[in-house]
Structure formats: structure tokens, C-alpha cells
Design a binder for this molecule. Structure first.
Ligand code: PLP
Length: 260
């Protein structure tokens, strides 16, 4: 018998195409040496062309999955992704707030293809209930703008967006500037320390699942006892490699790769 690896729980949506969501999360966790577990919040019919359909699970089913995992197996870190509705956001925020483990909150809003993964009516619950329960929140620029009204057009504005997200109460925020021109620059801050993370841009359009992969990699590192800045730096390196290795699949945008 070998010792159990650290356990990490993803609370997110299923991507039938295997590129993002729960599937990306579990692949990342396997690649990074932790035991991945899942609470499925919604099921999407999805492929490289977009999301063809989405169905959220009842709150009761989400709660029951969470309790089954946490009460018996236990978790060293939790990651949240697609939460679909205000009811699910509220329920999940309550669950993670009551769990003694770091929580990485990826405030997923819209897919790269423009499909809504979070109802507009859920934004208030994200601001007032989910973000305050986060150890690290990982919005991209669109998500930060939707949550705070601060629209970032250049690297110099990243601190302003970060401060606006931090005002809702997460301990740390990682603002992902990957959609700006030039290098992929992210800012991690807790309001005191600032860590700028920079990676060369890979000219690869097969980036489906990038956000899920990054947040899961942070959770995996936190579960292994790294500090938040260490976990985020490691995760950025992992996702940069995964983007470089992303491959074409189907007729649209292919996934990042976990086997590089
Ligand atoms: N589908 C699900 C279930 C997701 O959770 C996410 C992102 O979090 C996406 C799709 C979107 O992935 P991308 O924007 O990388 O295409």
C-alpha cells in the first residue's frame, strides 16, 4: 500500500468534448500528482465548435456530491468553475466557506465561443458570497470587467482591476491578462504583495480549457502545501506548457494538452 496523495476537489461543469471543465480539471490533477475528485454542477453538450446545450443539476444533487466527498475522503484544496445559476453559486459559496481547505475560485462567465456559462442574475451572488469565500480568485479580463465594471485595456490597468476584485473579499486575486496584446501577463496580489507573472505568447489557437487548467493547477499545488505565490507561479508554468502543446481536434478550437 502506498500513502494517499493530497486530495483536490473540483466543483464545476462537465465538458463532453473533454477539453475544459471537470475533464480538464481531473487531467490537470492527475498530471500534477494529486487525487482529483468532482462535484458536477452542470452538464454541457460541447465540442470544438462551442456549447450546443447546458443543463444544471439541482442544488440538492450538488450539495450531496460535496458532502459525500468532504465528509468521508476530505480535501486539501477545492477549485470552483462553472456554477451556472445564482442558486448554485450561493450553495457552493456556503459549502466552501464551511470547509477548512484553500479554495480557488475561477469565476467562469462565458466560453471562448461566447456561450453563457453563468446566468447574469448570478453575478451578485458571485460578488457577495463566492468571492469572499475564495483564497484565490482567478478572473480573466472579461470576468473582472463584468464583476467590477473595470475594463482593462493595457497592462498598467491590471492593478486597478485587481483592487476592484479584492474589494469583494478574496484573500488573493490573480487577474489574467492573457487577452491583451504582447506577452501573457498576469498580476497576483493580496493588496500588499504584487507578483507579476509573464510568459511569452504561444501562437496556438488551440487553447480550450486554459482557465480551468490554470485554476486546477493552483489548487493541486496548494494541496501539496505551497504558498499562494509559489502555487500560482508553478501553475502558470504548467498552463504555459499545456497551451504550447495544445492540439487541433474537431473543426474548431482544440484543447490544451496535459501530457507534455
Ligand atoms: N465548458 C465548461 C464546462 C467550462 O467550465 C469552461 C470554462 O471554465 C468552458 C467550457 C470554457 O472553456 P474555454 O473558454 O477555455 O473554451
Amino acid at each position: 500500500m502506498t500513502a494517499a496523495p493530497p486530495r483536490v476537489l473540483t466543483v464545476a461543469g462537465s465538458d463532453s468534448g473533454g477539453g475544459a471543465g471537470i475533464q480538464a480539471d481531473l487531467k490537470t490533477m492527475l498530471a500534477l500528482g494529486v487525487h482529483g475528485m468532482s462535484v458536477i454542477t452542470a452538464v454541457t453538450a460541447q465540442n470544438s465548435l462551442g456549447v450546443q446545450g447546458a443543463w444544471e443539476l439541482p442544488v440538492e444533487a450538488v450539495r450531496a456530491q460535496y458532502r459525500s466527498v468532504v465528509d468521508d475522503i476530505g480535501v486539501q484544496a477545492v477549485k470552483t468553475g462553472m456554477l451556472a445559476s445564482a442558486e448554485l453559486v450561493e450553495a457552493v459559496a456556503g459549502l466552501i466557506a464551511g470547509t477548512d481547505a484553500p479554495a480557488v475560485v475561477d469565476p467562469v462567465g462565458v466560453s471562448k465561443h461566447g456561450d453563457a456559462l453563468l446566468a447574469a442574475s448570478a453575478l451578485d451572488a458571485v460578488r457577495t458570497e463566492l468571492l469572499p469565500a475564495a483564497t484565490v480568485a482567478t478572473p480573466n479580463l472579461d470576468e473582472a470587467a463584468r464583476l467590477t465594471g473595470v475594463r482593462v485595456l493595457s497592462e498598467e490597468q491590471l492593478p486597478e482591476a485587481a483592487a476592484a476584485v479584492l474589494a469583494y473579499g478574496p484573500k488573493w486575486v490573480l487577474i489574467k491578462g492573457g487577452h491583451l496584446d504582447g506577452d501573457a501577463v498576469d498580476l497576483l496580489t493580496d493588496g500588499t504583495e504584487e507578483h507579476w507573472l509573464r510568459a511569452p505568447r504561444h501562437d496556438n489557437r488551440h487553447t480550450h480549457g486554459t482557465g480551468c487548467t490554470l485554476a486546477s493547477a493552483i489548487a493541486a499545488r496548494l494541496a501539496k502545501g505551497r504558498t499562494v505565490p509559489e502555487a500560482v507561479a508553478d501553475a502558470k508554468e504548467y498552463v504555459t506548457g499545456a497551451i504550447a502543446a495544445g492540439f487541433a481536434l474537431g473543426g474548431g478550437i482544440g484543447p490544451v494538452d496535459h501530457g507534455w
